[in-house]
Design a protein around this ligand. Structure first.
Ligand code: NAD
Length: 366
């Protein structure tokens, strides 16, 4: 065997410090030369149950960016499952690379074998860059996968249920800000018209909302613009648009110190995970500006609720009515935020952490 040479890189960082910072249980590096698979599986917390979270396939600029994403996303999953009242922990996986170029059956099945090796501590599902079809390949190697097609006993694409959760979140936010949850005549800008954004447009269009949309994919934009009578906006203008509600439905870290100053919307409510670049800085900034921010891990929980239902015995109606509860939970968080003078992301995190701590007490006694 040739000697292994470790090349020091300028991007070296302290992984244990990162794990400690976010309070993670475990991170798994998966590498397979034959299929080209490079993946990370992060398990944040399994007190409430096995860690369930989708697999993101993305061309990260470097390893640090991938680690940072998987740690933040998996932590969000713990809070999402907790607030939704599910018996699930938080976890997430990322596969590194351009899914349009390197994704194929063998790579996804190899990933499935790594999931299998975790013996059910991690349950995977689809996310950005992966589809129901990919989960079929994963299923060939492990049972620890949800988000399967209906033909395989699954619930199919969870995105319509996620979109429904964002929609009820918008209605609760409207009730909080304007005293009525009727969205007719309101203006909404949607960033990212993918699996969730598309379904959200349909629901809002039915309610008589005036829609503004942006995406990096022009073809997608033109199709939706025609279908739901939307105005297409250049992607750099979408955050600062003069609308009632801004819905980030693309990727995370979309709200930062620079662009929060430009926000004109009264409400931010969208599907993207980790919308705040730094929740400790940008949560308080939104509060100070008087913008109602619907915590992402609360309003985008519909997809998780849907795949959880698949895990315990799929029923779309039960999943939809459980998703509807996001309305009341969000109103409760707006009240907590106002009463305790804290930003909504913190109010929601505290509620989620409280359930985890309470259930830990149950498990530590007999
Ligand atoms: P998707 O990949 O189908 O759609 C994302 C869309 O965003 C794509 O059309 C893409 O072209 C666009 N996009 C990327 N960068 C952009 C940019 N800078 N500006 C404008 N558009 C951009 O993903 P999805 O399943 O619709 O998920 C959207 C977001 O919601 C993701 O952050 C995902 O993690 C989150 N989410 C999704 C679900 C679900 O059920 N699918 C559940 C919970 C959370």
């Amino acid at each position: 065997m040739s000697e292994l040479k470790v090349q020091p890189t300028e991007t070296q960082f302290d992984l244990f410090a990162e794990l400690e910072n976010y309070d993670h249980e475990q991170i798994v590096y998966c590498q397979d030369k034959a299929t080209g698979l490079k993946a990370l599986i992060a398990i944040h917390n399994t007190i409430l149950g096995p860690g369930l979270g989708g697999t993101r396939f993305w061309h990260y600029t470097d390893e640090k960016a991938a680690v940072n994403d998987v740690l933040r996303l998996s932590r969000g999953m713990t809070f999402k499952a907790s607030l939704a009242g599910l018996n699930l922990g938080g976890a997430k996986a990322v596969i590194i690379g351009d899914h349009k170029k390197i994704k194929n059956e063998s790579l996804m099945r190899k990933f499935g074998r790594f999931v299998e090796n975790l013996s059910g501590k991690y349950i995977t599902a689809e996310d950005v860059g992966t589809t129901t079809k990919d989960m079929e390949y994963v299923k060939m190697e492990t049972d620890h996968v949800v988000g399967l097609p209906e033909s395989m006993g699954g619930g199919g694409d969870p995105s319509p249920v996620t979109a429904y959760g964002v929609y009820v979140g918008m209605k609760a936010s409207a009730k909080h800000v304007w005293g009525s949850d009727n969205l007719a005549g309101k203006t909404v800008s949607v960033q990212g018209i993918g699996k969730v954004g598309g379904h959200l447009l349909e629901m809002l269009h039915k309610d008589g909302v005036k829609l503004y949309i942006s995406d990096i994919n022009d073809e997608v934009l033109q199709n939706y613009a025609k279908q739901f009578d939307c105005i297409v906006v250049p992607k750099e203008d979408i955050v600062g648009l003069n609308v009632d509600i801004f819905a980030p439905c693309a990727l995370g870290a979309v709200l930062n110190t620079e662009n929060i100053g430009k926000l004109k919307a009264s409400i931010v409510c969208g599907a993207a995970n980790n919308q705040l670049e730094d929740e400790n800085v940008h949560g308080p900034m939104l509060l100070e500006k008087g913008i109602a921010y619907a915590p992402d891990f609360l309003v985008n929980a519909g997809g998780l609720i849907n795949v959880y239902s698949e895990w315990v015995g799929y029923n779309r109606e039960i999943a939809m009515s459980a998703t509807e509860k996001i309305y009341d939970t969000l109103l409760n968080i707006y009240h907590k935020s106002a009463n305790e003078s804290k930003h909504t992301q913190l109010a929601a995190t505290e509620l989620a952490q409280k359930r985890v701590a309470d259930i830990l007490k149950v498990h530590s006694t007999y």
